[in-house]
Design a protein around this ligand. Structure first.
Ligand code: UD1
Ligand code: CA
Length: 457
């Protein structure tokens, strides 16, 4: 839509959020409300998007540095009409403008396309409306006897008869630029709130014989705004349900769609199964047949075909090769890269660790800054001492090595191919290929008749 401009109104203070964070930066599915609106606006392929900002403006701008957006400050909030007026200089003389709210995050591009499609010439405009059981607080759509829209009356200005109308203004409009240029300077603030109402352009349109098309919102949640944390939570749930439904339609099994949260994107193969209370953040990719157990957090992760992640596992910024299994209670910290068929068991922490094909770390281990070869077995209680208090050092374990339980590997250190390290060793030097290396306190002694300490009276 080459002739389309978008204005996003985002100058409201959001007092009821009771937060230092500006309202449009409050997160929904891990991203600012405004980001969701900008996504919908960008999907329309318009010419330019202008954000009208006010309270906390610099903070808001800083969040969207590289998006090719226009920013206009509305220093004082004098109403929606005034907000659009400050953006007027950004609008070309011709074409159409879509007006969106920065705090109405779930509006869908398809719905907006329908609305924009109604503005076929310079003598027609369109607005998105909603039929509500309780319209309190909203602007009401007033029609004449034939059903033609006459004007919009705000809650505070309406007579009881007008306020009985249940068809409301969602605030989302599409208007020819030429009409906005002509009408906005004419708005007056002689109303109960002393504000310049954008909604007054509807009365002007009716008076001038401009065609006013109303488009009913397909779903209420598309046009619901966020004013407080309750509404934020309600839209978060709605958004999560929408995403869960899309995933299920695409073939993903969710054991309980109400207990699944996606705060980012999930790409997936076939026959993926996800148990309850799984949280996915950032960019995550699953191959075919991936199975995720309950209470798992995945952030920026790539899991190959057939990977099984058991309960209470956390994976961040890591890659897991096909056929591997992790957890329960495993933790993969950033930059861990696992090859195929790797086993990482309970209470194992990995950080910047590369584990080649077939490596096994079954229980209670810490491997940091480690490069681990194929088929290596790391037993219980093994720890890489990767940090000397100032710098990090690398531990290298070559193919087929065996590291006995409770071994400390003091980095930098290398365990060569096929080496066998005895349990309880503290390894500070290279363990040579094929040999048994053992490093323990020399003697094991036993003291016969030794008495256990007794509790003092
Ligand atoms: C507005 C509409 C009302 C509609 C309702 C839907 C007007 C006069 N009224 O009412 O018909 O039913 O939205 O929610 O338009 N904003 C600015 N600058 C301002 C004022 C508002 O940027 O000076 C922004 C707000 O940040 C918000 C949006 O515009 O995103 C709507 O403002 P709000 O104060 O919520 O409008 P309402 O009075 O609820
Ligand atoms: Ca509002």
């Amino acid at each position: 839509m080459q002739d389309l401009s978008v204005i996003v109104l985002a100058a409201g203070k959001g007092t009821r959020m009771k937060s230092r964070l500006p309202k449009v930066l409050q997160p929904l599915a891990g991203r600012p409300l405004l980001a969701h609106v900008l996504d919908a606006a960008s999907a329309l392929g318009g010419k330019g998007i202008t954000v009208v900002y006010g309270h906390g403006g610099e903070q808001v701008r800083a969040h969207f540095p590289a998006e090719g957006l226009g920013w206009v400050e509305q220093a004082e909030q004098k109403g929606t009409g005034h907000a659009v007026q400050v953006a007027l200089p950004q609008l070309p003389p011709d074409g159409r403008t879509l007006i969106l709210y920065g705090d109405v995050p779930l509006i869908r591009p398809q719905t907006l396309q329908g609305l924009i499609g109604k503005v076929v010439d310079g003598r027609s405009l369109s607005l998105l409306t909603l039929e509500m059981a309780d319209p309190t607080g909203y602007g009401r759509i007033l029609r004449d006897a034939k059903g033609a829209v006459q004007r919009i009356v705000e809650q505070k200005d309406g007579t009881p008869a007008e306020l009985a109308v249940r068809e409301v203004n969602t605030g989302i409009f599409c208007v020819p630029n030429a009409l906005l240029h002509a009408w906005l300077p004419k708005l007056r603030n002689d109303n109960k709130q002393g504000e310049y109402y954008l909604t007054d352009i509807i009365g002007l349109a009716a008076a001038e014989g401009v065609a006013i098309h109303t488009v009913p919102a397909p779903q209420a949640w598309e046009v619901e705004g966020v004013n407080d944390k309750l509404q934020l939570a309600a839209l978060e749930r709605q958004h999560q349900r929408n995403q869960a439904e899309a995933l299920m339609r695409a073939g993903v099994t969710l054991l309980d769609p109400a207990r699944f949260d996606l705060r980012g994107t999930l790409e997936h193969g076939q026959d993926v199964e996800i148990d309850v209370n799984v949280v996915i953040e950032g960019r995550v990719r699953f191959g075919d047949g991936v199975r995720i157990g309950p209470n798992v957090l995945l952030r920026n992760a790539v899991l190959g075909d057939g990977v099984v992640v058991k309960a209470n596992t956390v994976i961040e910024d890591s890659e897991v090769g096909a056929g591997s299994d992790l957890g329960p209670f495993a933790r993969l910290r950033p930059d861990s890269v696992l090859g195929e068929n790797v086993h990482v068991g309970n209470f194992v922490e990995l950080k910047k660790a590369r584990l080649a094909k077939g490596a096994k770390v079954g229980h209670l281990a810490y491997l940091g800054d480690a490069v681990i070869g194929e088929r290596v077995n790391v037993s219980a209680g093994v720890i890489t001492c990767n940090y000397d208090g100032a710098n990090k050092h690398v531990t290298t374990i070559q193919d087929d090595a065996f590291i006995g339980s409770d071994t400390q590997l003091v980095a930098p250190v290398t365990i060569e191919r096929g080496a066998y390290v005895a349990a309880g060793s503290t390894i500070t030097k290279t363990a040579p290929a094929g040999a048994l290396t053992i490093c323990r306190a020399r003697d094991q002694k036993s003291i016969p008749g030794w008495k256990r300490p007794v509790k003092k009276k």
